[in-house]
Each structure stands twice: as structure tokens, then as C-alpha cells.
Design a protein around this ligand. Sequence first.
Ligand SMILES: Cc1cc2nc3c(=O)[nH]c(=O)nc-3n(C[C@H](O)[C@H](O)[C@H](O)COP(=O)(O)O)c2cc1C
Length: 354
Amino acid sequence: MTISDRKRDHLEICIKEDVNSRKQTTLLEDVHLIHNALPELNLEDVSVETEIFGHELSLPLFIDSMTGGTQMSYEINQALASAAEEAHIGIGVGSQRAGLTRPEVAETYRIVRKSAPTTFVFGNLGAAQLVKGLTIAEAKKAVEMIDADALAIHLNPLQEAVQMGGDPQYKGAIARIRELAESLDVPIIVKEVGAGISGDVAKSLEMAGAKAINVSGVGGTSWSGVESIRAKRANNDVTAALGEAFWDWGIPTAVALIDVVRKVKLPVIASGGIRTGLDVAKCIALGASICAMARPFLLAASRKGKEGVLDLIRSVASELKLSMFLTGSPNINSLQSTKFVITGELQEWVKSLA
Ligand SMILES: Cc1cc2nc3c(=O)[nH]c(=O)nc-3n(C[C@H](O)[C@H](O)[C@H](O)COP(=O)(O)O)c2cc1C
């Protein structure tokens, strides 16, 4: 099975099957913003504009790293990127390993920059591939491939361990990330893929030269779940059971966000189960600079193309604006200091981690 075959399976499973976490939520439901009945503000005056690494965004939102390497991903990337350009939000591509090893599929990634010439675009490579010997020259090629404004490095030890033929090799990963951070001309964003990053891990990444952390916690797409379904289809019952057992493993998104914001001074991106503009507002109140969503954008693009993606962005924008109006927050900076209350399970996590 080639990387492209696997990527096709991933897209198909993420579109057709229910691969969300099951028992564990983001715990954002335990974050309560305080209603302001007298906001001293008009809804139309709320500004959701922001910036990252000097790039302006109309909304604190990224389409998170997803795809590339197949014909289907060319079309999906084109729909996602043209919507990102029109809405002026950030967009990532999926792991570029396939584009590096098979230059004939590089176009499935390049279409993102071609369709989004002015907005913030980030590349993607895996830490496990760095450990296995991916060179600095190859990482630079990945950046050049899409004229990237930043490079995301994904940490996915759970997925690699459950994936048939995966590479669960992380020994030496932090040294390779440091080497990469020292050699690249663009900032490195380190992200998980849905099992979360703790404050301590974020601290070591900050010390290694990462310029932003995307916590990507539990509560959204489960990669253990996706790999379990793939294994089941291949009649590999042992791997399928392993993926089932770890379906909900990891740090819930709200917990990871609070823990990472406490420990590092870098911009923090919240992803993993972000589904509405109210989720975005809560994450920004907790200290995130930007939020990112992956699978909801894939579903929107596969059903209704660019217009579906734009509709989803418009929904998130109007929900975020309303949350800001109702908390009396005229802009993203003031939302970052709005009051909130933490209850329930999230409160227990936060107390235990303090
Ligand atoms: C179809 C699909 C492919 C993905 N591929 C990648 C990838 O290549 N690299 C990566 O860093 N994350 C990848 N992700 C993970 C997402 O960027 C994100 O961290 C995760 O899906 C949680 O967000 P969500 O709950 O909004 O989907 C992928 C997600 C989806 C749905």
C-alpha cells in the first residue's frame, strides 16, 4: 500500500464514517462565558480580525492540515483553499511526505497556494518522519512546494502506533525539531492530530524553537478510531481492537489549551473538536490566539465544494461575533480578557494539573 492509497482511505473513512471521539468531549461545555445584558456596543461594530506572524486574518480561524497526494485531495484542497482565500483565513495542507517522494503528486499540494495566493498557508510534515531521517533539505522543499508562510510539524504517536505499517518512532524527535527550527526561514508550528499536547511538552517545544503550538486535543476526530476502522476492513482484528481501546485517548482540547497557555509564551492554536463560533470564542477567552477545524471543512467541501466551505466559515464568524457582542467584547484582544467560569470535569482536570 502506497502513502497515496492510505491517504485515500483516510479521506473516504473521514467522510463516510463517524470517527468523532465517543465518550470524551473537548470539555468546552464546562467553560461558561458570562452574559453581558448591557454590552455598550453594537453587533455590527464587533471586529473579529486578528493576525499571526504578521499576517492579517479576517477571523481567528485556520482550515487545519488535512490532505494532498491523491486526485480527490486535489479537488478538496482547491475547494478549501479558494474559500480560505475569499474569506481570508489561514489554511494548511496535509502531510507533504507523498509530495516529496512522488513529485508527480506535488501539484495536489501546490493547488493550495495557487488557489490562495495571498492568505496564510502552512505546510505539514510528521515528527516521526524527521526521526526516520527526513532531511532539512526535504523540509525546505516542502516549504518551497507551496510557498508556505509556516511549517506545521505533527506529533501523532498514537496514530503511528495504531496505523498498520505505521512508524511509532519518537526517540530523538525533539532534537530533530530543534535542528529544523534553526534551519528554516519560516516559523514552525507544532501540532497534535487529536490526542492533545500537555503544558510540559509545549514547554520543551518552545525551548526547541517552535513558534506556535496547536494543541489538537480530544473531542473531535479520533485518529485511533480512523485507523481502527481501516484495520477492521483489512481483517486485522488485533489492530482494530487496539484502535477501539484507544479511541478516546488523550487530553481534552480545553484541558490542553489551559495547560499550554499557562506554560508557554507562544501563540497557542486550539483545535480538536472545535465545531462552532461559540467554541472559538471560549477558546480565545481561555487564551488561544487562533482556532483550527479539520473534518467539518472536509465534510463541507466534499458535499458542497467551495460554497459549502464558505457557508461554514460564515456560520463560525457569525457565532463568534454574537458571542463577542454578548460578552461586551469589541475585538479579539478584549475577548482574550473576558470573564468565564469553569465547572465540572474541566475544573477537576485544571485543579489536578495545577
Ligand atoms: C482527513 C484528515 C486528514 C488529516 N491529515 C493530517 C495530516 O496530514 N497532518 C496533520 O498534522 N494532521 C492531519 N489531520 C488532523 C487535523 O489537522 C486535526 O488535528 C484533527 O483532525 C482534529 O481536528 P478536528 O476534530 O477538527 O477534525 C487530518 C484530519 C483529517 C480529518
